[in-house]
Unconditional design. Sequence first.
Length: 754
Amino acid sequence: PVELDRVVMKALAKKAGERYQSAKEMLGELRGVHGAMSDEDKHRTLRFSTNSSAASRKSALMTLNYKLKSPMLSIRFVLLVLLGAALAVWGFMYWRRPTLHRPTTEAEHWYVVGTQALRDGAFDRASKSLERAVAADDKYALAHARLAEAQMELDYADRAKDELLKVGVLVPDRSIMPQVDALYLDAINAVATRDFPRAIGAYQQILKLTPDDATNKASVYVDLGRAYEKNDDVSKAIESYVEATQRDPGDAMAFLHLGTLYARKQDTTSAVGAINKAEALFQTASNVEGRTEVLYLRAILLRDAGKFSDAQALLEQALTMARDNNNDTQQIYIRLQLGRVFYSQGEIDQAQVLAQQAMDFAQQRGLDNLAARGINERGWAYLGIGAYPAAEKDFNRALGVAQRNRLPYLEASSQYGLGSVLIQQFRTDEGLAYIRQALDAFEQRNYRRDISLALTSLGRGLRRKGEYEAALDAFQKKLQLDQEANDQRRLGFAYDGMASVYLEQGRYQEALDNYEKVLTINSSLGDKVMKIYALMNRGNTLWRLGRYDEATASLDQSAALNNQPGANYNQVSAEIQTVRAQMALSQGNFPEAKTIAQKYLATYGSQYKELEFDANYVLCLTQVLSGKGPEGQRLCEEAVNTATSLGDALRLSNAMLALAQAQLETGDAQNASTNALRVRERFHQGGQQESEWRAWLIAAIASRRKGDEGAARDQLAHAKEVLSQLEQKWGTDAFSKYLNRPDIQTSHTKLGGS
């Protein structure tokens, strides 16, 4: 009906303002229309007509009205339309959906070769093979990802980043890939970006999806083992490699990986067994490269056992094989390792020659990353013999090569070396800045072993500055990393660092406990060099606890080992002399202390700045305590100036205390009091109670000589309180032996203790 048509057309008006503004308004009009309609209109049925004039009178509304009055036809019609539309959209999306690219046969071949080279640790060979894979088929995403992994291993971070970007473009949607391939891509990306926990998780999922009888399951275990190994989880890595060898007893490189890790855990029997198995498999396969790797690993085991001549012979044999096989990378690494063996034998000149050869060889072949390693190696050789300017020059040069060629790992390694040599030259703040840069880079890229090394240098630098709590924090972080890795050699350095801090703080029993751990570890490792140092440091701690006989025996052992062929480290011999001089001074044997100190200076002069200070410090106090106050005061003033130039907090504090004592002996009570109280504050801030109570005592004696009895009584009370706290910390037995030291007995008597 026309009336109803009007209402509905208003409701369908294009402009909102022309439509009904509420349901109530529309309902009112509908009721009015209903009331005005005749009964006939209310029951009228719409009919079609073939008459053209009738058809022309039909409005769109009438057609719609008809459809609404035919509900079954309407629903079927709508459903068919919707279904058709859905099918059309799905078909369009499916047509537009990216399909999984199938690599060419040639690309797949080089991918397999390159991936196996990665598992073998032959990263240069892996890189070349994978470059051939992507050259054969640039759309091969997995090949680009593996190439990125190889380039990260070679420290070409920018190139690796470019390859990973290509992977993202090639496969923006991982859902189109088979689940295992997608997981491999995740794992490879994670390894390339050094996110090893994520890589481990992906490889574990791949193992679950790979049938037990699958021929490639052993390879998955090798990949998982590599991820664990890089994450410093040696035990889990061993488990994975063992599983790989059980599933594929012919996998020589899995056995070689096992040999390397067993060696790290000092399980020599298992290491030798695994290496023998690898060697037999390489021999059967006529694999020269693999046999060379076996010789290289055997040489490292012999070097670590102190059998340097045997290690040298194997490395020279390996070098010949690598040269005959035209393997550039192996030649470079073998030369560097030979240099380390010569360095360990004290043949520094030959070590430098080999490092130079490795560097020149790498540069000739355009291997910038290995050339930088060669420069770094030579820098460490110079550092080992105390040739600090030469070492600094090499580390700076290596840093320049790394920065020019965008080699982030080698840049950080060079910064670490540079920081270490600057600290050795007493440019501590400058050195610490480089160490912190290196540490930050290592942490960002998860180089756990290098983090541990950088923390060692950081702790040493902070200790020299007298920031003992920060130094201990660095060494404790290192200890945690080394415990997680179960790396005994690194653990030895962690305990040694902590012991050195405890020793400077006067926490002698804690220092001794840690030096005992160092000695145990290095004895089990057969590391002669570190054992020599551990015995010396142990002796230097024992005499401070009043255990002179044990200290002498430990120093004698250190000297005897150092005098054996292949050892004879001059710095150890020099330091043992200064320790013996300080021990004689402590025992009140002033002539002997003076003789040893003078002999040291005649032999070594200014070769070792810190030890030169120690010798002069002994001479200063022997003069003071022998009644030669003015001469002693002059020497003590020189010691203060020297310690200041060294930037060594402990040596400066000790020199200041010695000067206060000298001023006391020469009658300068005012300056003695001032210096004693000043150094007392330094000792307090450093938590050095063993020195703090003696500073309080000198201040009290100076106050008494000035006639200030009130200040003297107060200072004596402080001295007794600190000494009492020391006894509670050490325990009665250790404390009583400490009090039996002749120099401590003298001071304790002045305190009124006996």
